[in-house]
Design a protein around this ligand. Structure first.
Ligand code: NAP
Length: 256
């Protein structure tokens, strides 16, 4: 199997719900020391308590749309766990807004959280990741934007494709410091955020997935864990799609 990541210090933005919470559970279960970040203090406290049985998990309140806030949570994670080895840039929002009606504020909210938040988090973590000597960054992008499109999510798709543009150049800048940066591209994964999109959305998605079901947060976490192992040390600037085959068929008929 893979070399243990026990003892590594991990930061998961958006770790209080959904995919991020699953990432935190998986890293903690492998013996890593995890700090989860979110804006809602109550939700964060509850998530840390729920994650406690998995291992070492602490909550720090923060907003990735603010560079100062990212610096503060990174400092807190280092202080708590004596450094920082793995950063999961996972915090994201996906409110729908048709292009014709999208306000500058709606556009800014999505870009500030999903795209600028990734920049700010990685920038803040860089000195610590360099000191680690085996730094890992795992970005939660999406199939939406990099591979597919969806009406009402042009801002979201742009933010998720933008994360990959960021990742590829960052991979080159960070390589000499032995820091890798890769992206996971989930399809439709059952989370609080996805469930909020309603039963019609969920049903339509299920019908479009060759494996016949939505994905689980554990299935996304397994891919992220792999990218954090010693065995993935030679992989950087790459993407890993976790979508039950959703992006493969040309049409529903093509699924047979
Ligand atoms: P979710 O259930 O809504 O959880 C989102 C998490 O991000 C929460 O912990 C939330 O906490 C945090 N967050 C949101 N804005 C933040 C901010 N400005 N600063 C800090 N934390 C913030 O969402 P999810 O479905 O797990 O999605 C997580 C990531 O996966 C996102 O990047 C999303 O784009 C991506 N993704 C999800 C799917 C899917 O099917 N679920 C598919 C593809 C990609 P607070 O609200 O308390 O801040």
């Amino acid at each position: 199997m893979f070399t243990s990541i026990s003892g590594r210090s991990v930061l998961v933005t958006g770790g209080t719900k959904g995919i991020g919470k699953g990432l935190a559970a998986s890293f903690a279960a492998e013996g890593a020391s995890v700090v989860i970040v979110g804006r809602d203090r109550d939700a964060g406290g509850r998530a840390a308590a729920e994650l406690a049985p998995y291992g070492k998990v602490a909550f720090e309140q923060g907003d990735v749309a603010s560079a100062a806030s990212c610096a503060a949570v990174v400092a807190a994670a280092q202080e708590r766990h004596g450094g920082l080895d793995i950063v999961c840039c996972n915090a994201g929002v996906f409110p729908s807004a048709p292009l014709a009606e999208m306000t500058p504020e709606q556009l800014e909210e999505v870009l500030a959280t999903n795209l600028k938040g990734t920049f700010f988090t990685v920038q803040a973590a860089l000195p610590a990741l360099k000191r680690s000597g085996r730094g890992r960054v795992i970005v939660t992008s999406s199939i939406t934007g990099p591979i597919t499109g969806y009406s009402g999510w042009s801002h979201y798709g742009a933010s998720k494709a933008g994360q990959l543009g960021f990742m590829r150049s960052a991979a080159l800048e960070l390589a000499r410091s032995q820091i890798t940066i890769n992206a996971i591209l989930p399809g439709n994964i059952i989370t609080e955020g996805l469930t909020d999109l309603g039963p019609d959305y969920l049903q339509a998605m299920e019908a479009a997935i060759p494996l016949g079901r939505l994905g689980s947060i554990e299935e996304v976490a397994s891919a992220a864990l792999f990218l954090a192992t010693e065995e993935a040390a030679y992989i950087t600037g790459q993407t890993l799609v976790i979508d039950g085959g959703q992006t493969v068929p040309e049409s529903l008929e093509a699924m047979g």
